[in-house]
Design a protein around this ligand. Structure first.
Ligand SMILES: Nc1ncnc2c1ncn2[C@@H]1O[C@H](COP(=O)(O)OP(=O)(O)OP(=O)(O)O)[C@@H](O)[C@H]1O
Length: 367
């Protein structure tokens, strides 16, 4: 049996975490996050942000794992869920579904994240029926050299015991008075070190981050996703994860995560503001040019689905198919959406929104 290379600490680790450098980074992150939380409230229908950003996050998070889809492919898979998507688009869609499942469980449990939620998200993401690792043999290797860098716990009973302790730390706020943002960094590290699942640990760990921020009230809805930050700084991310295990470098790790929160909150804020501006502009123009057609539900539909279709409009507005088709065709004639055809189906693209979603991610990636 492989010999684990790191003795996992109990949470929180017995080290000084509230150093001056950490508190400075915490201050910056907390302010940026509070700003984002405030602005997210101004979007009329919160489902718009949840759905749109979840799809963006699904794409970014899957890219960490080298599952790459184009924006178009992703939106196509979203607008035609019954068509067979590419394997990559399918896996990205499953990530989005796992994220949604996590969020709805959070609401159902009154704000808890039990291990059963993590296991169900894993099952959905990987389309499997098992759960925590039951057989030894897992070792993390350097992607390039193939050298083993870390051997996580191997004994299934130990994995369950560690995950039970982590579950308590996640859900019992009284266990530590540290700021929830610092706790999020600790939880992510501990989760990745336990590496409880046979696969998908990076992705489930990244969903856990945003669920935790929502659970602790730092966000009202899941809108802050660190995956892009992690992809951009992947080498640092792996190095710092490992430096905690090798040298106890918790401070650097926590600062890395806090900086990620600050940067990502600022970028997401720009995106949320952009969505808000576009919605207001579309609302004014639609009311002026198409007063008989305008409704808040129709506007919400165009922003909830960057690619929309007749069925979505007829469901959201409870109108007849012909009416929904007429609405979308009229909107296309007036330049609110672009009409496209895929096989026998039409779909309608909110090009302004798609452009915005792409620009923000490209800017952030410095493309
Ligand atoms: N030393 C390490 N090198 C690489 N990854 C590590 C290391 N230690 C922990 N990890 C974690 O393992 C995750 C990868 O685990 P796994 O392959 O099960 O998940 P995934 O979701 O399929 O992958 P990815 O994170 O690449 O999307 C990384 O995201 C990282 O958080």
């Amino acid at each position: 049996m492989l010999k684990p290379t790191y003795k996992l600490p109990t949470m929180p680790p017995d080290v000084t975490l509230e150093t001056v450098a950490v508190l400075k980074a915490l201050n910056r992150a907390s302010r940026a996050l509070a700003d984002l939380k405030g602005h997210a409230k101004t979007i009329p229908n919160q489902g718009i942000l949840i759905d749109t950003l979840a799809l963006q996050e699904a794409k970014a998070s899957s890219e960490v794992e080298n599952i790459v889809t184009t924006q178009d492919e992703l939106f196509q898979a979203d607008v035609f869920p019954d068509e067979p998507p590419s394997p990559a688009a399918k896996e990205v869609a499953r990530y989005r579904d796992a994220l949604r499942l996590g969020h709805s469980r959070l609401q159902e449990t009154g704000g808890l994240i039990p291990n059963s939620t993590l296991i169900d998200m894993f099952r959905l993401l990987k389309d499997r029926s098992d759960g925590f690792r039951a057989t030894p043999g897992t070792a993390l290797k350097n992607e390039r050299s193939g050298e083993v860098v870390f051997v996580p716990p191997q004994d299934p009973n130990e994995i369950v015991a560690l995950m039970t302790a982590l579950e308590r730390f996640i859900n019992d706020d009284e266990m530590s008075s540290l700021d929830p943002l610092i706790k999020m960094a600790l939880i992510h590290h501990q989760f990745e070190s336990i590496h409880p699942f046979p696969d998908g640990n990076g992705r489930i760990g990244r969903i856990l981050n945003v669920l935790y921020l929502t659970r602790t009230g730092l966000l009202d809805i899941p809108v802050l996703y660190l995956s892009r930050h992690i992809t951009r700084h992947k080498a640092d991310y792996y190095r710092l994860l490992q430096a905690v295990r090798d040298d106890g470098a918790w401070e650097d790790w926590v600062i890395f995560m806090l900086d990620g929160v600050a940067e990502t909150a600022a970028t997401t804020l720009r995106l949320v503001e952009g969505i808000g501006d576009q919605m207001r502009a579309a609302k004014h123009r639609m009311r002026a040019e198409l007063p008989k057609l305008y409704s808040q539900e129709l506007l919400n539909n165009l922003f909830r689905h960057p690619y929309t279709r007749i069925d979505y409009v007829l469901n959201d507005l409870t109108v007849a198919r012909q009416t929904a088709a007429r609405y979308l065709d009229t909107l296309a004639e007036h330049g609110f959406v672009e009409k496209h055809r895929a096989g026998k189906n039409n779909y309608y693209v909110n090009t302004g929104l798609v452009q915005l979603l792409m620009t923000v991610s490209e800017e952030e990636l410095n493309i």
